[in-house]
Write a protein that binds this ligand. Structure first.
Ligand code: CIR
Length: 254
């Protein structure tokens, strides 16, 4: 069974890191209710959901994806690019310790899990404001001996690589070409987000179903026209903190 590790919404979420979005009031209670709905969707899709406790001093803790990169063989604890987020990794490392051999990105490397898009044995890593070349080099040194190919992709127009491109099944990638150059993804079937929904490229593929924010109905239609199954979730309050659907879980065995 796929295990989905999540982390509760922090009461201090309104003080989250923001890069591209303007700060607006965030109601942690609304965010927590939406997060619980997201966890229910993961459970309905067959996951065992394990929620780690949040921390009032870690506003972005709910975005647990950024703290680790997990394969069948290894868990790599990241060194998030935002200094405020580095303490988030402590409880995540403790939770993953019994489940995988553990490695960790070391200074001066930085790496956010949101920059890591794994498709089979190919791992695309965004070089972004959060992930630097040394972090990518360290990840490659850990994964390539295990048979993975690591490819660096420049990311300048959005927060993370997976803000702009995610896997949605088979060889299909959902992409916003205005936020990332499509050239590194030649050979994949590219599904473009709808022009009116630039943030829709962050989708979570789980058990053959694409989990997508309900804010993106035009892109949902496009995915369904491709024969893909879509499960919508309302994550509008989490989106105010620049979070999407990939960033709220770590998956093991997906
Ligand atoms: C941050 O800026 O780090 C958080 N406010 C949002 C992180 C979203 N993470 C992700 O999409 N992987």
């Amino acid at each position: 069974m796929t295990v989905a590790i999540t982390r509760g919404v922090s009461p201090s979420m309104a003080r989250c890191e923001l890069t591209h979005a303007a700060r607006q009031p965030i109601d942690p209670a609304v965010a927590a209710a939406q997060h619980a709905g997201y966890e229910r969707a993961l459970a309905e899709l067959g996951c065992e959901v394990r929620r780690l406790p949040t921390d009032p001093d870690l506003p972005d803790a709910v975005f647990i994806e950024d703290t680790a990169v997990i394969t069948d063989e290894l868990a790599v604890i990241t060194r998030p690019g935002a200094a405020s987020r580095r303490p988030e990794t402590v409880v995540v490392a403790e939770a993953l310790q019994p489940l995988r051999p553990i490695a960790a990105i070391q200074p001066p490397g930085t790496l956010d899990g949101g920059d890591v898009l794994r498709v089979g044995r190919v791992v695309f890593v965004g070089e972004s404001l959060r992930t630097n070349a040394d972090g990518i080099r360290q990840l490659a040194a850990l994964l390539e001996p295990l048979g993975y190919t690591v490819r660096s992709v420049p990311v300048t127009a959005c927060l993370h690589l997976k803000s702009a491109v995610t896997a949605v099944g088979g060889s299909a990638l959902l992409i916003n070409r205005e936020w990332v150059n499509a050239a590194p993804f030649a050979g994949f079937d590219l599904v473009d987000v709808h022009r009116a929904e630039p943030a829709a490229a962050n989708a979570l593929l789980l058990a053959g179903t694409v989990v997508l924010p309900s804010a993106f109905p035009h892109t949902r239609n496009r995915l369904q026209q491709q024969g893909l199954r879509v499960r919508e979730v309302d994550v509008s309050e989490l989106a105010k903190a620049e979070g999407g659907v990939t960033c709220c879980c770590l998956l093991l065995g997906a």
